[in-house]
Design a protein around this ligand. Structure first.
Ligand SMILES: [Zn+2]
Length: 282
């Protein structure tokens, strides 16, 4: 599932390629992925793109917005005059629309934005801009580290929760934006075992974990996001963060922390692959 860095990068890409463009047509190929009548956005010019946790919101000049959640495997791919000449993308993205394209937005001048989703858990909704904050997803969303959550508030949340710290990090209604990959990497960075009870972390550990969360977000962004799963950028290109994981997907391998000779172990927590070093994470 794309996490905060990937969705942030996608939002920036959308800003770059479709800002000021006017939607002239919407083709819904798979109604299941839509949550309202998308025709309402026709005639709207793109004013900007906002992100709420892992949801994107494209605001339009006609008082409507497009709320889009990629969930597990959703993608938004731009094709048009502004795209670079030689794009290196997977075969299934060389010709669009493809078999996983569910919605096609056409802009004045002919540019297109494709909503693709292999597993079809993602969704697209046209909503009045004034009502975006009342969408159930947005209303329930927890604060975001570094944006609406500081280190003190982060620690206060940990103090209230007896669950394992990794599950808390990934609970979008408590803390938004952190998914499985970044939770694993943050905990490794902070030298904290994923199964530690959140409320039992020392104050100093909570502070380090908060800083590590911001640091791995930055790392993810620096490398163009993680494409271990379905994520592709707005042009359909892969990110490279998966080449730089310290712990995720490294079961049985030697710990990469300098001075540690431990081995990475994999367990399952909340149904998700959980990786940690049994030596340096405590
Ligand atoms: Zn280690």
């Amino acid at each position: 599932m794309p996490e905060l860095p990937e969705v942030e990068l996608l939002g920036r890409g959308l800003s770059r390629y479709i800002s000021d463009s006017t939607i002239t047509a919407v083709e819904v190929i798979t109604p299941k992925v839509t949550r309202s009548d998308l025709k309402r956005v026709i005639g709207g010019r793109v004013l900007g793109v906002r992100r709420f946790g892992k949801m994107l919101c494209i605001d339009l000049s006609n008082a409507f917005s497009l709320a889009i959640h990629l969930k597990m495997t959703g993608r938004l791919i731009y094709r048009g005059k502004k795209q670079p000449a030689h794009l290196k993308v997977d075969e299934d993205l060389t010709t669009l629309p493809g078999k996983h394209t569910h919605v096609v937005f056409t802009f004045r001048g002919g540019d297109k934005l494709y909503f693709n989703d292999i597993r079809r858990f993602g969704w697209v909704q046209a909503v009045k801009t004034s009502e975006v904050n009342r969408l159930p997803f947005v209303a329930k969303l927890g604060p975001e580290p570094g944006k609406t959550l500081n280190a003190q508030q982060f620690e206060a949340i940990l103090r209230k929760i007896g669950r394992p710290v990794k599950l808390l990090l990934m609970d979008q209604e408590r803390i938004s934006g952190v998914g499985n990959i970044y939770a694993n990497e943050s905990l490794f960075c902070a030298k904290i075992r994923p199964d530690r009870k959140a409320r039992q972390l020392a104050s100093s550990e909570a502070k380090v974990l908060f800083e590590c969360t911001l640091r791995v977000f930055e790392e993810g962004m620096k490398y163009g996001g993680s494409s271990t799963n379905a994520y592709r950028d707005v042009l359909g290109r892969k990110g490279q963060y998966q080449e730089h994981y310290m712990v995720y997907d490294r079961e049985g391998k030697r710990c990469l922390r300098e001075g540690c000779s431990g081995t990475i172990k994999k367990t399952m927590m909340g149904g998700r692959g959980t990786y940690f070093c049994t030596t340096c994470q405590r």
